[in-house]
Design a binder for this molecule. Structure first.
Ligand SMILES: [Zn+2]
Length: 632
C-alpha cells in the first residue's frame, strides 16, 4: 500500500490563531552557574481532575531522554493555595491534580537540575527541561507563550520572536517575552545565553534571514574569525542551490564554544543547538573535527524536521518515535553535511576524501555487520544510543549514519552514471526536500515508497531493490561502490593521511588499532575488541589493561614500535595484560604493520567525488556583517 504523505500544518503564528488561552511559561536561567533552571508556569484549567506532563520522547534524540528524573521542586498552586499532586503510577512523566471550583489558572513551579550545557558563563535551554502541559493532547494544539530570564549583561540567541524589539547586543538581561507558539514548536526552539555573546548576520542577500549566535567561556572566542563567518555564509548559499527551498521564517545557528559545557549537535526546524570545544573553530586547520557539524544540523531543517519519516513523527512526546528510516533522516544528512561542508570551504575536498576513507574503512572492518543489517541499527537506535563501548564493534551501534552516508554517495554517483552526468542527487533533493516550495516550519512525513518514487522521477531504475539490497540485507562488506564509481579507491598505508594526522594531533598510532582489532584508552585500557581480529584470536577483551609490550612498560610509542618490529620478525607481539586482579602474558600473532586508510585516484575514471564536493554557487562571498538587531 502506498502511504500518501500527511501534510500537517502547524499553527504557530500569532496568539489570535488559538481559541484557547496559552500556557505562559517563564524560564529562569540566572542560576546556570549552579546548574539549576527554574520555571514559573501558568496553566489555563477547568475545575476537576487534570493531568499534566513533561516530555518523554525528544525529537532528534531518537530515544526517550526527557529529563523527568531531574525535574524537582514541583509545586502547584491555585489562588495562592498549594494543591496536592500525585504522579501517575504507569506514566511517570505525568502529574495528577484536582483543580478546585472557580479556578481558571493553575500555577506550577518546577526546577530542573541541569547535568550539562550550563556553567558560569553559558546557559543552554532545550525546553523539555522545563516544559509542563496538559497530558494526552497533540502538542501542536497546545498554545504557549514563553519568556526567558537571564542575568544582566547576558545575550540571548533563539529563533523565538521577541514581542518587543530586542537587540541581543545591548544585552539588557532581565525577562524577555516572546510571541506565542505551540508546545511542539517551543520544544523545537532552544535558547542559548551567555556573558560573552555575539550575533552575526550571515549571507545578508539571502531571504529569509540567517544568524549565528555564539557564546563562549572566554571573551574573545565568541567573536568568530571572518574566514569562518564567510564559510558559514557560503553554507547558507549552498543550501539554497542544493535544496531549492527553505522551511523556516528565520534561521539561527546557536553555537557554544566551551571545554566545560560539552559537545552537542541537535537539529531544530528554525535553529540548531551546536556545542564544540572552546578552540575547535579557532583555526582553519583545527576545525576539521567539527567541520561538518553546522552543515549537518542545518541540513536537518530540511531532512528530518520538514521531511520526517512517518513512523518517527508522533503528535505528542509520549508515543515512541520509531527509527526504521533513520538511514535517510541521519544517513542522508551525514552525506550532505560532509558534502556541503566541503562545498562551503569549511573543509577542503582533500579532507573530505580523507575523512570518508577513514569512515568507510571502519565500516568495512565492523564485525557486527555479519549479523545485524543496517536497517536494524536504525530500528534499534533507541537501545543502541548511549551504550558503552565494550564490544561496540560486535554490537555494531548506530551505523545508519555512516552506512547511510555511503549509501547516498552510491545513489548520487549511480544517478550521475545513469544520466551521463546530466543529473545527480541534487535533482532528487529538489523534489524530495522542496515539496510545497518555501514554507514555514512544517512537518511533512514520508515513507520508503515515496523515496523510490522520487528517485524514479529523477531517473528510472530499480531503486526499490537498490535500497533493499544495501539497507535490509546482511552485507559482509561496506558499500564502496560510490567511492569506486566516484573515481577513487581505498588503500592502506603505513602512515596516516594528512587529515587523520591532524585529528590524531600528530601522533602515530592512536586509540583505534582497528587492523589489530583493538581500541585502547590513553592509559592502556582496552575498550573494544574486534570480533575475528588478531586481538580476538589472542583472547583479549574489553576491560583488560596493557601493562607492558615486548618487555617495555606500555605507552603509545612503545606499542607502535612493537607493531613495527613484528613486521620483520616471526615473533608475535608479547603483551603483559592486567585483567581485574590478575596479570598474564598474551601474544598477538600480527605482522602486517600499522595500516591507515586513504583514498587514491583511479586514473582514467570520471572524478565524480571532486565534482560532488565542488561549490554549486559562484557568489562573491561578501564578508558577513557584524551583528544586526534581531528583529527576526
Ligand atoms: Zn543528525
Amino acid at each position: 500500500m502506498l502511504r500518501k504523505p500527511i501534510l500537517l500544518t502547524l499553527a504557530f503564528a500569532a496568539l489570535p490563531a488559538f481559541a484557547q488561552t496559552p500556557i505562559r511559561i517563564t524560564a529562569d536561567l540566572t542560576e546556570a552557574p549552579r546548574k539549576l533552571y527554574h520555571a514559573e508556569i501558568d496553566l489555563p484549567v477547568k475545575p476537576g481532575p487534570a493531568a499534566f506532563t513533561t516530555p518523554e520522547w525528544i525529537p532528534g534524540n531518537h530515544r526517550p531522554t526527557g529529563p523527568v528524573e531531574d525535574i524537582t521542586g514541583v509545586v502547584f498552586t491555585a489562588n495562592g493555595k498549594v494543591l496536592p499532586w500525585r504522579r501517575d503510577d504507569e506514566d511517570l512523566y505525568q502529574f495528577h491534580v484536582v483543580v478546585p471550583a472557580g479556578v481558571t489558572t493553575l500555577h506550577a513551579h518546577l526546577d530542573c537540575i541541569v547535568t550539562g550545557r550550563a556553567d558560569d558563563k553559558i546557559a543552554v535551554l532545550e525546553w523539555e527541561k522545563l516544559l509542563l502541559y496538559p497530558a494526552n493532547k497533540p502538542v501542536r494544539d497546545i498554545p504557549v507563550q514563553p519568556s526567558i530570564t537571564v542575568p544582566a549583561g547576558w545575550g540571548i540567541g533563539t529563533a523565538l520572536t521577541p514581542v518587543t524589539p530586542y537587540d541581543p547586543n545591548t544585552k539588557p538581561g532581565g525577562t524577555i517575552q516572546y510571541e506565542a507558539t505551540n508546545v511542539e514548536q517551543l520544544q523545537d526552539s532552544p535558547v542559548i545565553a551567555g556573558e560573552y555573546f555575539h550575533e552575526f548576520t550571515l549571507a545578508p542577500e539571502v531571504t529569509p534571514k540567517h544568524y549565528i549566535d555564539v557564546v563562549s567561556d572566554e571573551p574573545k572566542d565568541s567573536n568568530l574569525r571572518p574566514e569562518l563567518l564567510n564559510e558559514i555564509s557560503n553554507l547558507v548559499r549552498e543550501t539554497g542551490a542544493a535544496y531549492d527551498s527553505r522551511h523556516y521564517h528565520v534561521y539561527h545557528f546557536l553555537l557554544t564554544l566551551s571545554d566545560i559545557t560539552g559537545g552537542e549537535g541537535l537539529e531544530h526546524g528554525q535553529s540548531s543547538d551546536n556545542g564544540v570545544g572552546e578552540h575547535d573553530f579557532a583555526s582553519q586547520q583545527g576545525q576539521l573535527g567539527a567541520s561538518d557539524l553546522l552543515a549537518h544540523e542545518f541540513t536537518h531543517s530540511w531532512n528530518g524536521k520538514y521531511r520526517r519519516p512517518f513512523n518517527l513523527y508522533q503528535d505528542d512526546f509520549h508515543k515512541m518515535q520509531q527509527g526504521s528510516l533513520l538511514w535517510v533522516y541521519e544517513g542522508m544528512t551525514q552525506y550532505l553535511g560532509n558534502v556541503l561542508a566541503a562545498r562551503s570551504g569549511l573543509k577542503s575536498q582533500a579532507a573530505y576524501r580523507d575523512m570518508l576513507a577513514l569512515s568507510a574503512a571502519q565500516l568495512d572492518y565492523k564485525s557486527g555487520r555479519i549479523w545485524r543489517p543496517t536497517e536494524d541499527t536504525a530500528i534499534a537506535a533507541s537501545i543502541l544510543r548511549g551504550r558503552d563501548q565494550s564490544w561496540a564493534n560486535w554490537r555494531r551501534g548506530q551505523d545508519y549514519y555512516q552506512e547511510g552516508e555511503l549509501f547516498w554517495l552510491d545513489a548520487d554517483t549511480k544517478i550521475r552514471e545513469l544520466t551521463d552526468d546530466q543529473k545527480s542527487l541534487t535533482d532528487f533533493l529538489h523534489i524530495f526536500l522542496g515539496k510545497g516550495g518555501n514554507t514555514g516550519p512544517l512537518i511533512v512525513t514520508y515513507n520508503r515508497d515515496e523515496l523510490v518514487k522520487d528517485l524514479n522521477d529523477v531517473v528510472k531504475y530499480d531503486w526499490a531493490t537498490f535500497i533493499h539490497e544495501r539497507i535490509d540485507l546482511i552485507n559482509p562488506h561496506a558499500d564502496f561502490d560510490g567511492i569506486t564509481r566516484g573515481g577513487y579507491k581505498i588503500v592502506y598505508q603505513d602512515h596516516p593521511s594528512p587529515s587523520l594526522a591532524q585529528l590524531m594531533g600528530g601522533r602515530r598510532g592512536g586509540g583505534s588499532y582497528w587492523y589489530l582489532g583493538l581500541a585502547i584508552s590513553p592509559d592502556g585500557s582496552i575498550y573494544d575488541v574486534r570480533w575475528g581480529s588478531p586481538a580476538d584470536k589472542a583472547k583479549l577483551a574489553p576491560g583488560q589493561k596493557l601493562i607492558a609490550v615486548d618487555g617495555v612498560v606500555y605507552s603509545n610509542a612503545a606499542f607502535n614500535d612493537a607493531i613495527d618490529a613484528a613486521k620483520t620478525s616471526k615473533e608475535p607481539i608479547h603483551l603483559l595484560m592486567q585483567t581485574e586482579s590478575y596479570i598474564k602474558p598474551i601474544d598477538i600473532d600480527y605482522h602486517d604493520g600499522q595500516r591507515y586508510p586513504a583514498m587514491v585516484r583511479v586514473d582514467g575514471t570520471k572524478d565524480y567525488l571532486d565534482e560532488i564536493t565542488a561549490p554549486l554557487t559562484k557568489s562573491p562571498t561578501p564578508p558577513a556583517t557584524p551583528a544586526a538587531p534581531a528583529g527576526n
